[in-house]
Design a protein around this ligand. Structure first.
Ligand SMILES: *[C@@H]1O[C@H](CO)[C@@H](O)[C@H](O)[C@H]1NC(C)=O
Ligand SMILES: *[C@@H]1O[C@H](CO)[C@@H](O)[C@H](O)[C@H]1NC(C)=O
Length: 290
């Protein structure tokens, strides 16, 4: 190879590296995201928020329907990009899990899930409830049918619906966390991307559970902070054990970060709606009689 060509290749490669470094972001300085990603991160409908239960607006049951959540994916993987731990599932076209609800128009298909956590049991969730943090928060990310990719969905303000699961420390281990922990050594390093044995999404405690929910309009909780998300949040946490969380914290972050939860953002006049739990007829009668 001639020397000049080699030299220009080295320059090009270095150019790439530094442009990646400039775009990178950290949980150590989330206030800088609005300068780094000015389009959305400094917007007026940012997430997460603190949910003040006493200030929620009463609404109707949301009629959330889960379709295909018991189906087994063709393949599943876990990837750690140093900021977010992503769970990916590939389905046959006619078996992709979807949700519908009276809260939104159309159908949303399951896209990906991820987790947010922190250094110790008193911190970690993105959202807080009456100022309280949980050690772990799950996001089940859905995109609107008709928007066939993330790039397309983030161009529309009704692009995404995210369903949350909070976890608190308890006696009960989370089955699905245990399943993931079996492969911990394969995905804990930054940059890992490993196949895991497929499992039905119904293993996540929040799927198909009967809850009271809160909803509000917000954004992705990390850059580019796209303001396209309807958030659906159950008011009660699920359980994870202390030793499960201890192991979970072996997952490594990029840039020396020690957590991947963003501080809560101002409401800016947004409404948070409270939707009561739905009863079926039998439960309703039981409720009336007792
Ligand atoms: C937990 O972590 C938070 C922030 O990461 C820190 O401020 C707090 O002091 C820690 N609490 C305990 C009990 O170590
Ligand atoms: C969210 O935005 C939609 C569409 O603009 C609106 O119909 C809905 O009422 C908003 N939800 C809340 C809780 O404000």
């Amino acid at each position: 190879m001639n020397f000049n060509l080699l030299l220009s290749l080295i320059l090009i490669i270095n150019g790439f590296k530094s442009s990646i470094a400039e775009e990178d972001w950290s949980y150590k300085n989330p206030d800088e995201w609005k300068t780094q990603f000015p389009k959305d991160c400094g917007g007026e409908r940012q997430s997460p928020i603190n949910i003040e239960m006493g200030s929620t607006i009463p609404g109707k049951p949301i009629g959330l329907k889960w379709n295909n959540y018991k189906k087994l994916a063709k393949s599943a993987s876990v990837s750690n990009n140093g900021h977010i731990l992503q769970l990916n599932h590939q389905y046959n076209d006619d078996e992709v899990p979807t949700i519908t609800s009276d809260l939104f128009n159309g159908e949303y298909y399951y896209f990906q899930s991820n987790f947010h956590w922190g250094e110790n049991d008193s911190t970690g969730s993105d959202h807080t409830v009456d100022g309280k943090s949980f050690p772990l928060e799950l996001h089940l990310i859905h995109l609107k049918k008709g928007y066939d990719s993330l790039d397309e969905a983030v161009k529309h303000e009704d692009g995404g619906v995210v369903i949350v699961g909070f976890y608190e420390i308890g006696e009960t281990e989370s089955h699905v966390i245990n399943k993931l922990l079996q492969k911990l050594d394969d995905f804990k390093a930054v940059g890992s991307d490993v196949e895991v044995e497929p499992y039905p999404l119904s293993h996540f405690e929040v799927v198909e559970s009967k809850n009271a929910w809160v909803s509000y309009n917000g954004s992705a909780t990390y850059p580019n902070c796209w303001e396209v998300v309807t958030w659906i949040i159950p008011t009660k946490p699920y359980q994870v054990s202390q030793s499960q969380m201890k192991k979970w914290r072996e997952i490594e972050f990029a840039n020396g970060d020690s957590h991947n939860n963003r501080p809560v953002q101002p409401l800016n006049g947004r409404k948070v709606c409270m939707h009561p739990k739905e009863y079926n007829l039998l439960e309703w009668l039981f409720h009336l009689i007792f």
